[in-house]
Design a protein around this ligand. Structure first.
Ligand code: B12
Ligand code: SF4
Length: 395
């Protein structure tokens, strides 16, 4: 979605561009580099989450060794969280931090028409004399609709994705928020227009609302749900437990309006750890689930993290029991090991949480490895607990 927004901004400014979703196409770094070179671009813009960053570096190095005249810029979650680390590789001509629509267009204009554009936007970092400062659009009104025609939507497992807002009002300690910024809403008419495009122009009948938390504004959520329902669409979203409890009276309406799957962040099953990690209690989490079930929402996915800085064997066991209890109630479970993502409070300041980062190999930053040592929990014990739990959930 990020690339579709960026492509749209470039097209609207009059530039031509091509989009390669390397992970979707299953391209290796070598294949990606070959593809880039075959297109003879003047500028290549890369995006990456932390886990994909090493592969991007490999691809960029290969492109550089073949053709040093191509200008290369990187943005997205990893570059926004670690702009200097990225810059110091010496591989990029610019790093963009935060939201990229305005900054990328201004950078391309600056590079292609140097006399006409004196200085690109905030958010652009071009080395010495520049300060890496994340840029966020104050309002989302001027951002063009994502250029969905640039990809084969049906090659994706979830072709009907949409954002009705950007940013999250919360600040969970494990969440990397360097690219999502403060909460801003897309105008409702625009959300409706996008829903029409997805459903009518593309013929997609299920809409996945990717907002970090869909229910931060309950009234708006209901308006959007009603529009989806009036158009005969099913939809999915993500919400926080506190929002579900606060908006309990609208849950039946959301269910009637076609909400078919909801992701809810619970993060632990231990009272003590849940309080610290998410500011909620296991009872509140169970109450949120029963509100959803009673309203008839067909699927609830509860998301958990193992290996919080406050976790010990007892809290881990409590989490395991809580997860299995939910599983028995028909709740689907998503569980991963804690990752100290750059841009998150724990990734940027692990010492504040009394933990030590065990590996800086970003290829391991996908939630399947133990990456922190918290002194209370042996890494091997934590890892086997995680593997056993996955086995029990899939048995
Ligand atoms: C939706 C989502 C997903 C969906 C994606 C679905 C889809 N069809 O796109 C799914 C579930 C697949 C997913 C998977 C993962 N995700 Co995710 N995801 C998100 C989420 C909630 C929204 C991303 C998004 O599209 N935002 C909207 C678009 C417009 O924003 P954007 O992509 O950030 O792009 C903007 C800017 O970043 C910038 N930008 C981005 N790239 C570039 C490049 C250039 C050149 C420029 C100039 C600017 C620029 O401009 C864009 C437009 O403003 C974010 C959290 C968040 N709110 O950002 C997490 C987030 C991106 N995900 C994250 C992670 C960790 C993952 C996984 C690694 C999880 C895992 N363990 O497997 C995988 C990796 C998948 C992959 N290969 O990329 C982390 C990344 C943290 C980090 N430092 O790496 C985030 C930030 C969550 C978090 N808060 O911690 N994710
Ligand atoms: S984990 Fe979810 S609720 Fe917490 S800050 Fe990130 S997006 Fe917001």
């Amino acid at each position: 979605m990020g690339l579709l927004y960026l492509a749209s901004a470039l097209l609207e400014a009059g530039f031509s561009c091509k989009l390669i979703d390397a992970s979707q196409l299953g391209l290796s770094s070598k294949e990606l580099a070959r593809k880039i070179i075959s297109l003879s671009p003047r500028i290549v813009a890369f995006t990456s989450v932390t886990a994909a960053y090493p592969a991007v570096i490999d691809a960029v190095s290969l492109v550089r060794s073949e053709d040093s005249s191509i200008r290369m810029v990187i943005g997205g979650p990893h570059a926004s969280a670690r702009p200097m680390e990225v810059w110091e590789t010496g591989l990029f001509d610019a790093v963009i931090t935060g939201e990229g629509e305005g900054p990328l267009v201004s950078l391309v204009q600056y590079w292609l028409f140097p006399g006409e554009v004196q200085r690109p936007f905030d958010g652009v970092f071009l080395g010495e004399g520049w300060v890496p400062r994340p840029f966020f659009h104050e309002s989302l009104h001027s951002i063009p609709l994502p250029a969905r025609n640039m990809v084969d939507l049906f090659s994706y497992a979830h072709p009907g994705t949409i954002f009705t807002k950007r940013g999250c009002p919360r600040r969970c300690y494990f969440c990397s928020i360097s690219t999502s910024g403060f909460e801003r809403f897309h105008p409702l008419e625009r959300v409706f227009e996008e829903i029409d495009i997805i459903s009518q122009s593309h013929g997609i009948k299920t809409i996945d609302v990717l907002d970090d938390t869909f229910l931060s504004n309950g009234e708006r959520a209901v308006e959007i749900a009603r529009y989806l329902s009036a158009n005969g669409l099913d939809w999915t979203c993500q919400a926080a437990v506190v929002e579900l409890l606060r908006s309990r009276e609208i849950i039946p309406t959301l269910a009637e309006c076609g909400l078919k799957n909801i992701f809810v962040g619970m993060e632990s099953g231990s009272k003590r750890v849940m309080k610290k990690a998410k500011g909620i209690t296991p009872e509140q989490a169970l109450e949120a689930v029963s509100l959803l079930k009673r309203a008839g929402v067909p699927a609830v996915v509860a998301c958990f993290i193992l290996g919080h800085p406050w976790d010990d064997y007892n809290s881990l066991t409590a989490t395991g029991e809580f997860i299995l209890r939910l599983h028995d109630m028909g709740v689907r479970i998503s569980v991963s090991l804690l990752v100290p993502y750059p841009g998150s409070a724990i990734g940027d300041n692990p010492e504040r949480f009394g933990v030590r980062v065990l590996s800086h190999d970003y290829r391991l930053y996908n939630g399947e490895y133990v990456l922190l040592d918290n002194n209370r929990l042996d890494s091997e014990v934590l890892y086997s607990f995680y593997v056993d739990l996955l086995d029990r959930l899939t048995a």
